[in-house]
Design a binder for this molecule. Structure first.
Ligand code: B16
Ligand code: MG
Length: 221
């Protein structure tokens, strides 16, 4: 049996930081006179910080200088950091610790594959950083999801081949990234939205030990 690796996305899989991104992006958009809805925030899930601001400006039909763009990104992140500074373990999504501990008990490799440049701070805040053998985040990649780069680096960091990796993701772009990396993709969220995934679970509470056991011996075909 080949060695497996389980790669977790962060926002929407381990914690719900989308609500904090929403508050910070909405403030920024509103100061530019651009309306910003929760539906638009959905479209920014898994999308990098730079690409998110570009999309907001496109929605508002606005062009700004490079300098202003950089300043806005700094401001947005400052506000976002104030929200995440108060995070603690109560913000971990249901049954995430149960799944991580079961994988650890069964000597499985665990890695993080997130677009966020704040991933390490968040994992520290919620007390999960020690569960991960490798952390690949927005500071390690040049191409965002749906490019598979983040997951391929994750696989390499733990010494596992892509077809022996299992990715947990809540965004469509992330599922596409896992699929194009030839990894088993597991969507966490809405089945209709994440229909490209190999499997979909509403959340981790319905992910059984039997299912995890079956993943220990499955390879992507
Ligand atoms: P930051 P994930 C993503 O995290 C978020 O879903 C996305 O909304 C955010 O823009 C991106 O991280 C970058 O985050 O501004 O903290 O670098 O889902 O890939 O864990
Ligand atoms: Mg996500």
């Amino acid at each position: 049996m080949s060695k497996k690796a389980f790669i977790f996305d962060l926002d929407g899989v381990i914690v719900d930081t989308a609500k904090y991104h929403f508050l910070a992006w909405r403030n920024l958009a509103n100061t530019l006179g651009i309306p910003f809805s929760e539906a638009q925030n959905e479209q920014l899930k898994g999308v990098s910080r730079v690409r998110s601001l570009q999309k907001i400006l496109e929605w508002g039909n606005k062009t700004i200088s490079e300098e202003e763009f950089t300043n806005l990104m700094i401001e947005k992140n400052k506000e976002y950091l104030t929200y995440i500074s108060t995070m603690n373990e109560s913000e971990i999504l249901p049954d995430v610790p149960r799944v991580l501990d079961y994988l650890i008990k069964n000597q499985q490799a665990i890695a993080l594959g997130s677009a966020s440049k704040n991933a390490r701070i968040i994992l520290e805040k919620v007390g999960l950083i020690d569960k991960f053998q490798a952390i690949v985040d927005g500071t390690n990649v040049t191409k965002g999801k749906p490019d598979p780069e983040v997951f391929l680096i994750g696989a390499k960091s733990v010494g596992v081949t892509p077809e022996n990796c299992i990715v947990f993701e809540d965004s469509v772009a992330g599922i596409q990234a896992a699929n194009s990396a030839q990894m088993i993709s597991i969507g966490i969220g809405n089945e209709e939205v994440l229909h490209e995934a190999d499997y979909v679970f509403t959340d981790f509470t319905t992910l059984t030990e039997e299912f995890m056991n079956s993943l220990f011996i499955t390879e992507k075909v």
